[in-house]
Write a protein that binds this ligand. Structure first.
Ligand code: FE2
Length: 431
């Protein structure tokens, strides 16, 4: 009889299969099926709860996280004041402070079942403090968290004089992906030029691109069109991601009917960041106020891979957050009015499999042969996980338990009513 390192018994999988056992050995999933009859060094009773591959956060800013209030708070709540506030912090922060904050964030992220993060890192300071810090953090967290880094010219590739040289220095140091922010360049023309330069750098080096793109309420912002053009021209299909795309919320429908097929043709992935953009966008509107989330369902239905990112936690742009990708998904669901059963299930995919695909993660999933990375939640299925922002009971990495939590059961003293409640027991009677 085979001896496994770990067997998780009686789980519900994201595809709806119930009563499933998952057996792991040497860091990989060896078997998935009903009633696996084998010995294991460790057995977890899933009790019918949802077992998923880890959450994946495809868009974050780890160099800024947990800096809230330093040197001051964002009063207007806008993206632009956030960028200027970050500009005040950059010269005074130290590498060891960035490392300390980032590691503290990673601890929380792992406890919330996140297994991979793509973080942008600002390369506009000549000392490249964020790059030095996050390369160090990437090495430290590697045993328990996959960290991809994007060289991000926060102050504009062309608008910030040292950005172009610093971007190539950062890539030489080991940063993985080419970033950009064309809507922050001085003119639409310079934004377009920055997209061309950045895509050419990526093509020369064989790297992926992930650009902040059209993160504004300007219906005339056209950098996604340029990004689709350059992706197509340079043969980068499948390796390019456009983050935010909030201007698409405000664009003319006729123009979008031309634009989405261009995005599809170029094989560009999309990463809306619901928590941040519902907070930052529409700030110049009186009423009605625009939501500022890109056209999620329309992009998805056209065949674009869409993953939700968290973007920020307790930094110059967003003072809240708790590294909870279910919070991110639930906001995307509400803002996008993705309320059908299929749409809600898709929102769970947007913070797991879709984002894993965008990040090109190796061995992600719950099939035989995948990495033994997973998270068990106190919920019966994907929709219930979203509804409850479910308690993460067990987080597994490489077949080892790396985080554990007690079941959330509340004791009641109501006289004649049940003595305790489990939030996961509230299953809809009509389903
Ligand atoms: Fe961002």
């Amino acid at each position: 009889m085979a001896v496994f390192d770990l067997i998780i018994k009686n789980a519900t999988l994201p595809d709806g299969r119930k009563g499933i056992d998952v057996a792991c050995k040497d860091g990989f999933i060896s078997e998935v099926g009903l009633n696996i009859d084998a010995e294991a060094k460790q057995i977890i009773q899933a009790k019918g709860y949802l077992l998923s591959p880890p959450f994946v956060d495809p868009h974050f800013h780890m160099d800024a996280t947990l800096s809230l209030g330093t040197p001051r708070l964002n009063v207007s709540g806008t993206l632009l004041e956030g960028i200027s506030l970050w500009g005040e912090l950059k010269p005074v922060q130290k590498v060891d402070e960035i490392i300390k904050r980032a590691l503290k964030y990673c601890d929380l992220a792992v406890s919330m079942g996140i297994g991979a993060i793509r973080s942008h890192v600002d390369i506009c300071d000549n000392e490249l403090k964020g790059v030095e810090a996050l390369l160090d953090v990437r090495k430290t967290v590697a045993p328990y968290l996959d960290l991809q880094l994007v060289a991000f010219p926060q102050d504009g590739l062309l608008r910030s004089p040292p950005a172009r040289l610093n971007l190539t220095r950062a890539l030489d140091m080991g940063v993985d992906i080419v970033g950009g922010i064309p809507h922050f360049e001085r003119t639409m023309g310079e934004g377009r030029e920055s997209v061309r330069i950045l895509c050419e750098i990526a093509a020369e080096r064989g790297l992926m691109v992930d650009m902040h793109c059209d993160e504004s309420d300007d219906p005339m912002s056209r950098h996604i069109e340029s990004l689709a053009y350059e992706t197509h021209r340079l043969g980068l299909t499948g390796n390019v991601t456009a983050s935010h795309l909030t201007s698409m919320h405000s664009m003319d429908d006729y123009y979008v009917s031309k634009l989405i097929p261009l995005i599809v043709e170029a094989g560009i992935h999309a990463i809306p960041n619901p928590l941040i953009n519902i907070m930052l966008q529409g700030r110049h509107d009186t009423f009605p106020k625009r939501r500022g989330q890109t056209r999620v369902a329309e992009l998805r239905d056209a065949g674009v891979t869409v993953g939700f990112g968290s973007d920020c936690m307790m930094d110059p742009w967003y003072s809240l957050g708790k590294a909870d990708m279910l919070d991110v998904a639930i906001m995307g669901l509400h803002v996008g009015q993705l309320s059908s059963r299929l749409d809600m299930e898709w929102c769970f995919d947007a913070v797991t499999v879709n984002s894993a695909k965008i990040m090109n993660l190796d061995g992600y999933g719950l099939e035989k042969g995948c990495k033994a990375d997973m998270v068990l939640m106190q919920a019966k299925d994907k929709i219930e996980a979203l509804r409850l922002r479910a308690n993460r009971l067990v987080v597994v990495r490489g077949g080892n338990i790396i985080a554990e939590n007690d079941s959330l059961i509340t004791t009641l003293s109501l006289g004649g009513r049940p003595s305790s409640i489990n939030p996961a027991d509230y299953v809809p009677s009509g389903l």
